[in-house]
Every structure is written in structure tokens, then in C-alpha cells.
Ligand binder design. Structure first.
Ligand SMILES: Cc1cc2nc3c(=O)[nH]c(=O)nc-3n(C[C@H](O)[C@H](O)[C@H](O)COP(=O)(O)OP(=O)(O)OC[C@H]3O[C@@H](n4cnc5c(N)ncnc54)[C@H](O)[C@@H]3O)c2cc1C
Length: 387
């Protein structure tokens, strides 16, 4: 149905994409955000390299999500659709390492956001900042705007309130209480795509800032190759982030310091060397790996080539926890997925939708989070347009 008045609460990528499709199809779109400006977390995401999506083949891309609704959403609104849209608003992209898609060099994150907001404004969308949503029913939303309560009525409402990390960007997660009051089942937020805090025994201030290159982290369900960085509290890097789900599920996490060599080859090299130190040097083990092996092996174990080779291939990481939620890239938790249907409509409400990171789904960094957000926005827009 066209020409409907739609309220979208939030101005992150999920909200902006939902609004884009709705306004392109004749809806009257009103955005609200409790911050003074739009897309603050979207801009933060741009600080470390603005990884908007990923060029990975669609079938394997979809497997990165832990829920079928997300897989279907990304199939419906794919990374190609997103890059085509970005090009339409003047943001050309390029493919970096591991298939990551970035805006062309020289295009700053603020430029991407500005172009998108300009596009929406030109099409007639209105933006209402410093509007904090505090109450809702099927068609009405109550906002607090500078101590004044404002009621607005819409034909449909899309909630796109984000997760709970980097609270200064506006993604505070404090909206949970309003949904729980309405009987919407929400799960507590937990860190995702977080560094792993290690047992103090494995920390070493002298090796802080050094990397273990080309290692493999693995556990019961997931594994990921790459480089990890030793910090003052533990390890950071894509392989560490990929282990978050296994850690939350209580599974033990291991590191393989030499994923390209079989255990027998390592054992052979160690045996063929004049000393353990010489053998480890020939294997080009990182200083961190050698430090951890020394700390965790008894003297007898350290000189036993077979034992040491197995330890190099399967070193159990003593993990104390994930980083504090506010510091991590994304969160899981929020609205339980069984509260929504496949169009991202809240099952117990006629016209209310919830999209993006405020829902309890998980995906790795590397462009999958922003893509997941925009794809859920696209599906919700379709839901409204076809109802
Ligand atoms: C440091 C960092 C780096 C990242 N890098 C990447 C990356 O390279 N690639 C990638 O894919 N992802 C990355 N992400 C993740 C990505 O930014 C998020 O997954 C994405 O922004 C989620 O989009 P969203 O639209 O669901 O929510 P958000 O972008 O979080 O937007 C939610 C909006 O809702 C508003 N809001 C919240 N509560 C209320 C309320 N009560 N009333 C009114 N408004 C409210 C907020 O102000 C905010 O504008 C990164 C995140 C961080 C923190």
C-alpha cells in the first residue's frame, strides 16, 4: 500500500535503508532520533576503515548470520543491491582485503552519511532530532523532546534503535524497558565481535602490541585464520572476534600457532633441531607463542618434541571474559527473534516493525553487520509496502 505515513525511530543504516525504499515508493517518511544528528554509530564504524559490506559469494555470505531471517533478508537485499544504491547517491566503492567493500579512497565516512541524508531529504523525508521515544502502541508513538511529551500517529512504525555498545553514539539499549513493558520478550545484551580477555598468566607487558600472525583460532563450532594482537588485557583481531559465539556458549577455544603445518611435520622439525630453542626458531614461531609455551609446559613437556608439537597445534586459551559491552563492535541480545515474523514485523502488533542490531542476531565484522542492518531495513520496507 502506498502513500502511508511511516515513522522510523533511529537513524542508523537499518533505518536509513528502510526509509529510502519507503520514500522511493511514495510513502511519507519521518525519522526520529534522540541524538542531535543522524547515524552517529555509522560514523564511528567509519573510523577504523569504513567496511560497508563484503564481496563474498552470496551463499557463503549468508552463512555468516546465525538466524534464517537474516540470511533471507541478505538474499533479498544483497551486497550488490547496496553497492548499486551507494553508487546511485554518488558513493563509489572498492574491494579491499578479504573482500571487504569500502567507499573509494578519499571519501570520508561523513560524506557517505551526508549524501544519504541529502538523498532522503530531497525525496521529502523529514528528520526530527532530540526525540527520545518513550511509549508506543500500534499506531501511536510518544516522544520526549526537550522535556515536552509529543504524540505522533503513523500508519506504520519501524523501530531501528540499535544495540548497546558505544553508548555515546546514541545506541544505548535503554529502549528495552519500553518493549518489555509491552510484553515483548527481550534478551540481555552481551558483547559480540569483542576482544578476548586472557588469564593474567598469558599477558606480557613486554610483548604488548605484538602480533601472532597467520594463526588459527578454533573451537567446537567456529574457526578463523588471521592475525591476533596482544593487548594489555588479552587479544584483539578477527580470529578472536569469530570465537565470541563459542565463548558465550561455554566452549573451549584453542589456537593453532602453525596452521599450515601438520603436527607430524612440526614434530619432525623439532626433533631434527639441535635444541628446542633452535627448533622453535626454525618454525618461525612468534615471541608470544614461545612465551605462552614456556609458561604452560613443564620442563619435561617443553623438551618432548611430540608433546610440544601437539601443544603448538592445539594451545588452549585461558579466557576470563569478553570486553565491556560499551567498547565492543556489536552486541547480541535485544528483541528475541521469535517476537518478529520474516518481514521483521512484531508478531503481536499490527503495524510495528523492528530491524537492525536491536534484534538478537549475530554476525562477524567485515561488512556483515552494516549489510545485515540495511537488509533488514529493506525487508521491513517491503513488508509495509505490501501490506
Ligand atoms: C567501533 C565500531 C566499528 C564498526 N565497524 C563496522 C564495520 O566496519 N562494518 C560493519 O559492517 N559494521 C561495523 N560496526 C557495526 C555497525 O556500526 C552497526 O552494526 C550498525 O550501525 C547497526 O545499525 P543499526 O541501524 O541497527 O543501529 P545503530 O547504527 O546503532 O542506530 C541506532 C539509532 O537509534 C537511535 N536511538 C536509540 N535509542 C533511541 C531512543 N530511545 N529514541 C530515539 N532514538 C534512539 C540511536 O541514537 C541511533 O542513531 C562497527 C561498530 C563499532 C562500534
Amino acid at each position: 500500500m502506498k502513500n502511508r505515513i511511516v515513522g522510523i525511530i533511529g537513524t542508523g543504516p537499518a533505518a536509513l535503508m528502510a526509509g529510502t525504499i519507503l520514500i522511493e515508493n511514495g510513502c511519507d517518511v519521518h525519522f526520529f532520533d534522540h541524538k542531535k544528528a543522524a547515524g552517529r554509530k555509522f560514523l564511528v564504524a567509519g573510523h577504523g576503515g569504513f567496511n560497508l559490506t563484503n564481496s563474498e559469494e552470496l551463499a557463503t555470505f549468508c552463512e555468516k548470520y546465525d538466524h534464517d531471517f537474516l540470511k533471507k533478508a541478505v538474499r533479498y537485499y544483497s551486497p550488490t543491491d547496496f553497492t548499486v544504491f551507494l553508487a546511485k547517491i554518488g558513493i563509489e566503492t572498492y574491494e579491499g582485503t578479504s573482500g571487504k567493500i569500502f567507499p573509494l579512497k578519499g571519501i570520508k565516512p561523513i560524506e557517505v552519511l551526508k549524501r544519504w541524508l541529502e538523498y532522503l531529504s530531497k525525496k521529502g523525508a523529514s528528520f526530527h532530532y532530540e526525540h527520545s521515544f518513550v511509549e508506543f502502541d500500534d499506531t501511536n508513538v510518544r516522544f520526549l523532546h526537550r522535556k515536552t511529551q509529543i504524540n505522533r500517529t503513523f500508519d506504520a512504525v519501524i523501530f531501528s534503535l540499535g544495540g548497546a555498545s558505544w553508548k555515546q553514539t546514541g545506541s544505548t539499549g535503554s529502549w528495552i524497558e519500553y518493549f518489555e513493558k509491552k510484553g515483548v520478550h527481550c534478551l540481555p545484551f552481551q558483547a559480540s565481535n569483542s576482544g578476548l580477555e586472557l588469564d593474567t598468566m598469558l599477558l606480557n607487558s613486554e610483548l604488548e602490541g605484538q602480533q601472532i600472525k597467520n594463526c588459527l583460532l578454533f573451537s567446537k563450532e567456529y574457526s578463523k585464520m588471521g592475525d591476533v594482537l596482544l593487548t594489555r588485557y588479552g587479544i584483539e583481531g578477527a580470529p578472536a572476534y569469530a570465537m565470541n559465539r563459542d565463548f558465550r556458549n561455554g566452549n573451549v577455544i584453542y589456537i593453532d600457532f602453525k596452521p599450515t603445518l601438520a603436527v607430524e611435520e612440526i614434530e619432525y622439525k623439532l626433533k631434527a633441531s639441535k635444541s628446542v630453542a633452535d627448533g622453535l626458531k626454525k618454525l618461525k614461531l612468534s615471541k608470544i607463542a614461545i612465551d605462552w609455551l614456556k609458561k604452560t609446559c613443564s620442563k619435561d613437556e617443553y623438551v618432548n618434541a611430540s608433546f610440544l608439537a601437539n601443544r603448538i597445534k592445539r594451545f588452549e586459551l585461558q579466557i576470563n571474559g569478553l570486553r565491556p559491552i560499551d567498547e565492543v563492535i556489536s552486541t547480541v541480545g535485544g528483541i528475541a527473534m521469535d517476537e518478529i515474523d520474516s518481514m521483521f514485523k512484531l508478531k503481536n502488533f499490527r503495524n510495528l516493525y523492528a530491524i537492525g542490531e536491536m534484534l538478537d542476531w549475530d554476525a562477524p565484522t567485515g561488512g556483515y553487520l552494516i549489510q545485515g542492518a540495511v537488509s533488514t531495513g529493506a525487508v521491513a520496507a517491503k513488508g509495509i509496502l505490501t501490506t
